[in-house]
Each structure stands twice: as C-alpha cells, then as structure tokens.
Design a protein around this ligand. Structure first.
Ligand code: PEP
Ligand code: CO
Length: 451
C-alpha cells in the first residue's frame, strides 16, 4: 500500500491483535461517532514542536524522559495523584538536566494511558472464564461478567478523563507550578518527611538551589526576566492500542499536510501489536505525530528495517522512537545488531531505553514485580552499549509514580517482597516509587557522565 491508500480507518482491512469484541457493535459505532465530533485534546503546533525536540534528542542534543503509570485508571484522575506524577517527572528532569548537561524533553505516560494489551485474552478463576481486564477504556478489573463486559461508553469516559487530566496539567503549567524560579513547588511531601536517603536528598537540594540561583544570576546580568526559559514544556503519550478510539481522534488540521492524532502528542505501538502487516502498523504509518515502537529481545535487524521503512519512509528527523525493552540479561546480545542495522541504513531514530518491561518477575506469592537492580542495570548497560557503538541514547521510558507505593523491589529504600502485600496499587505492571525514581535519575546521570 502507498500513502495515498491510507485513511484513518484503512486499518479496518487488516488483522488487529488485541482487538476487543464488543457485544453491541451499534453502541460502539455510536460512541466512535460521538468521539469524532468532540474537540481535539492537543494541537498540531505542540506535536510539531515535540517532533523538533525529538530530532535533537536523536542527535544527542536533548534527552527524553517519558514516564507514568503502566495503566492509568479513571479513579486516579484526582488532584493529588496528577500533581505527584508531574512533580516526580519535573524533579527527575532537574536531576537529569544538571547531571547530563542537556535540556530534557518531559513526556507523561498519562492523560490517556487507559488501554492495556494482555498476554492472555481471557482469565479463568475457579472454573469461570471471563475476558481479561483491558484497561479502564474497555472494561473494569473486578472479576464479574458485568465488570469485564466491554462497554463502548468507556471510550467517551476515557476521552473525558484524559481531557480533565490534561486541563489540570495545563493549568498547573501555565499558572506558575512549572515556573523555573520555584523548583521547590515540585517537592513531594516525602522530601520534607525525610523519606529520601540523605545522600540523594542533599544532592537534589543542591541542584534545586543551584537552578534558582543561576536564573537569578542571568536575570541580574541581562536586567530582564528570561521569558523564553520561564516555564518548562510538558507533553503527553499513551499506547495507541485501541484503534477505534485512536482513529476517532485523528483529524486533518488547517494549513498542514496529512492527518494528526490529536488525542496525545506521542502515541506508541506496543510490542504485542507491531506485526508488519497488522492493523496497528497500518494506522500509525499514516499519522504525522512522532511515533514510538516498543522493541523486544526477539526483534531482528530485518524486522526493524522493514518497520522503519513502513513507518518512516522519508527518515524524517524526530519521527521514529525505538523504545527498547530487552531485560538486563538480554540487552547485551539484543541491542548491538539493531544499532548496527540502523546505522548502516543511514537512519537516526531516537533510541529510548524502557528498562521496565524486560525485567518483570513473579514472586512466590504470585505478584508481578521488578527488581530495582535489574532496572538500573539495563539502563546502565544500554548507555555503555551506545557509547561503544558510537551511537546516542536519546531517552528513557519508565513506569513510575510520585506516590509511596511498594511495587518494584530493592533500591536504597530496600523495598522487600513482604512490603508488596500492603503497598501495591497498580492494577497492571509494577511502578518505581518516588525514591526509586529519584535514585534512578542520579544513577543515569552518573553513568552518562562516565567518559
Ligand atoms: C507497556 O508499556 O505497558 C507495555 C505493555 O509494554 P510492551 O508493549 O513493551 O510490552
Ligand atoms: Co506496563
């Protein structure tokens, strides 16, 4: 197929992995029709600005920090949870920008991260089999036939919750919360309560202090406020799993070529849905947004080249992000051949490390967790492998929260398997908590600075 054959719904002619069987197709069509008539959540200007920023990340001039929940829930659309997620990303970005000396591109894995791919499409408990929970955009987690029945009304609820979340983020950002003069606004209560290891706390406070005084200094010299640098930028992303939802938010905009997904700035394709001839690749190839593709340890160089040719035929700077999620034990074998294949083809994608999804283990009591040490090790090895190959790591992708949960084990605060019993809140994958996220930001800075 050529680009002329593409339309926001041409994916309907292709096989779709993880597609949802709605018991009432007319209700689905009505919900999609309604979504189609609602206003966009983001603009093409913002998307194009992000693309320019990502083009610089591919060249090593900026660094991407993408993070948030594995699965956002409608219940988590609440003021404290949203501000805590923003705060942890803003704090990590301070540490990273000081540590690695590059501007940071901040992308939340939220304001729309409501659809989840599942390894098993059904779940069986005590002889009863029901559809799996596919995220709040589709059904709800309780194990009853009513809860698990896919409900098209949830598509409209998902849009509404994404919109409320984004509205609050935009208000905070423009209302002074993101003012670089006051990084102390981003502190989480844990900082005061002394929950952070003293060395990390002191290092963070030193960075925070130096930013405020550097800005004062420049403003004194220039005798004018730094309006351009005044506020930080923030972008949104989610997995573009649910194609009826994604295509309903795909629009043309005046004075620009092509179609944009205006439901978020940076949609990505999951590891389970990136089949070369599948519906997701068909949908994504036609939109103008920058795109992420998750890449697991079995991906071959040929497969990757084919994906890149389909999704980014013009090798446009900032268009394609390869989000690698191999696992600490596999990254050394998996990454170098892919780096070499891309280099030989003349492409410069944004290489991103997701050290979460290849490091998931199940505890004896049946909980999914991730050892902090494996997560840190995969990022560190990735940094070293890029350096050895003369390539650039353009960013990182984490599942994290600003709340004090116990979902990943280890780290300086030594979360144990026993802690998971009371501190686990994620309905899907385990997230780094506040302290683990900060510790990781320092570990990344330290490794990137090793020459
Ligand atoms: C995810 O990002 O939550 C996810 C399901 O990742 P992957 O597609 O890499 O498995
Ligand atoms: Co996940």
């Amino acid at each position: 197929m050529t680009a002329e054959d593409w339309s926001p719904t041409s994916w309907l002619g292709k096989p779709a992995e993880q597609s949802i069987d709605y018991p009432d197709p007319a209700a689905l069509a009505a919900a999609v029709q309604r979504l189609h008539s609602l206003p966009p959540l983001v603009t093409s200007w913002e998307i194009e600005r992000l693309r320019q920023r990502l083009a610089e990340a591919a060249l090593g001039k900026r660094f991407l920090l993408q993070g948030g929940d594995c699965a956002e829930t409608f219940d988590s659309c609440a003021p404290d949870q949203i501000t805590n997620k923003l705060k942890i990303l803003l704090q990590m970005s301070l540490v990273l920008s000081q540590g690695i000396g590059k501007p940071i591109i901040r992308v939340g894995r939220f304001a729309g991260q409501y659809a989840k791919p599942r390894t098993s499409l059904t779940e069986t408990i005590g002889g009863e089999t029901l559809p799996s929970y596919f995220g709040d955009l589709v059904n709800s987690p309780g194990f009853t036939p009513e809860a698990r029945r896919p409900d098209p009304q949830r598509l409209l609820d998902g849009y509404a919750h994404a919109s409320m979340t984004l509205n609050f983020i935009r208000a905070l950002m423009s209302g002074g919360f993101a003012d670089l003069h006051h990084p102390e606004y981003w502190d989480l209560a844990f900082l005061e309560r002394g929950n952070l290891a003293p060395a990390i706390r002191d290092a963070y406070l030193a960075i925070r202090g130096s930013i405020a005084s550097s800005i004062d200094f420049i403003e004194r010299i220039c005798e004018t406020p730094i309006n351009e640098l005044h506020r930080v930028e923030f972008y949104t992303s989610h997995e573009g799993l649910h194609l009826p939802y994604e295509s309903a938010l795909t629009r043309r905009v005046p004075r620009r070529e092509g179609h944009y997904n205006l439901g978020c700035h940076l949609p990505w394709i999951g590891e389970r849905t990136r089949q070369a001839d599948g519906a997701h690749i068909e949908y994504f190839r036609g939109i103008r947004n920058p795109l992420g593709v998750k890449i697991g340890p079995k991906a071959t160089p040929d497969e990757l080249l084919r994906l890149a040719d389909t999704l980014d035929p013009g090798a446009e700077p900032g268009r394609l992000l390869l989000i690698c999620r191999f696992g600490a034990g596999k990254v050394e074998a998996a990454l170098p051949p892919l780096l070499e294949a891309m280099r030989a083809s003349g492409r410069r994608p944004v290489w991103v490390c997701d050290p979460m999804h290849g490091n998931t283990i199940t505890t004896a009591s049946g909980r999914k967790t991730r050892p902090f040490e494996s997560i840190a090790r995969e990022v560190q090895l990735t940094i070293d492998l890029h350096r050895a190959a003369g390539s650039v790591l353009g960013g990182v992708h984490f599942e994290l929260t600003g709340d004090k949960v116990a979902e990943c084990i280890g780290g300086a605060s030594q979360v144990t398997e026993a802690d998971l019993a009371s501190g686990y809140e994620s309905p899907t994958d385990p997230r780094l908590n506040y302290e683990q996220s900060m510790e990781l930001a320092f570990a990344i800075s330290e490794r990137m600075n090793r020459g």
